[in-house]
Design a protein around this ligand. Sequence first.
Ligand code: ATP
Ligand code: MG
Length: 472
Amino acid sequence: MVGVGGSSPLATTRILSKAGLIFRPVFISKRFTNYVNVIPRIIARSEHSISRSNIDKGVLDILYTLARSGYEAYLVGGGLRDMLLGLEPKDFDVVTNATPDQIKTVFRSRCRIIGRRFRLAHVHVGDKVIEVATFRAQSDERGDRLIDDQGMVRRDNIYGSRDEDVWRRDFTINALYYNIEDFSLVDYVGALDDLNAGLIRLIGDPALRYREDPVRMIRAVRFACKLGLALPKETAEPLPVLSHLLAETAPARLYEEVLKLFHGGQAACVFEKLREHGLLGGLFDQTEFCLQQFSSWSAIVIPAGLKQTDARIVSDKGVNPAFLFALMMWEALWTALECDEGSPVHIDEMLKMATTVLNEQSERTSIPRPVIQQVKEIWATQLPLITMQHKAERVLALPRFRAAFDFLALRALAVPSLQKDVAYWEQVQLEHPEWLLTALSNQGSQQMQSDIGEAHSEKRDASKRRRRYRHR
Ligand code: ATP
Ligand code: MG
């Protein structure tokens, strides 16, 4: 673990305290009315514990190269914050006064400029890509910024200085700078105070900052869970009121944020906090609707499923976005079908409704096509898991068998009658591990579709009044 001496948050507090870095209540007004004139607190290398030995070599190389080329260069953001909390940094962000084009000139073929809303440089070091941003400014009078009539920033490419950049950052704990010139920390906003106090505070007026970029609302929840920090009243209060703004955010961006929220190892906490602060409906409106119904399936199964996701991440097992969406949207599917979870339903009817429900979700969090396809496979395979037990080898060969089986086991938490089916498939897998291995070489959704179709025709109702698939 990288960190302040590889220590825990509590130990870090002690280290900072020893170093004289536990400050009294912040001396700078939290409203930051006269931004540019705020004088930052400089914490010299001898007074803090961020060591170059804990910083990725490639990142150091970028920082030094920028400095040698005559630019300012700082480490910022989550990597720095995580190190101060004694956590392993996920990534490192670099910020400089060089513009994206100047960064490109410095790093040439190692650099690509990306983004439209925010132009950024991606610099390649070995097999890693490091994000190098240019200081951004506050003023509305210069450059390329577009704010819509809701106050949301749609495009933002106005460059500035460090003194300006800091006020554009979301939370105080994300607004520290590590200066490669003298290895000092630069703190304008009482970031170290808030890290020590374990608080997530917006820089500036919370409601205004959430309106500018509603994703900050879910970032607050993510950091609260990831870092074990609290959301004080002023951070939390606007959340339920402004949750609806998430619907205005670009769906592709929200899809990425959903993966960060639920595949970061704290999905169960995130789910609970999104609900607590009225934010879940902004991301999964159909799921939130289901959760509000009496005796909701989702209320039992989603938290249990997310705990399993977290456990998989802890043990370094893969996690699949399709499983997440299958879990989140399953009850919505049955609500749309207007029947109880697991009622007899025709496969075609189920798949048609799955398309409707998932397309509606895609308007919030644009789900990539292959993921939609896999969600449908996990769902559709629930049927043969019940009705084709006499053809176990063929069912094991279905492309999403493992995920579908795990999903069935979760469903059984809310529907005890499924427990015998779970036990059956557990037994089959124990007795015939070779069937699963063979199945790996026999994948493809078309195969599954035809298998399910065959099962369906076997179970056709004698009267042929309406073909229905008995699900349980
Ligand atoms: P992590 O990488 O652990 O998810 P992070 O804080 O580094 O957390 P990034 O998305 O990598 O998050 O962003 C880097 C930095 O850019 C942040 O620490 C913050 O200072 C700033 N930032 C990111 N997103 C926003 C935003 N929506 N509004 C304002 N500042 C932001
Ligand atoms: Mg980061």
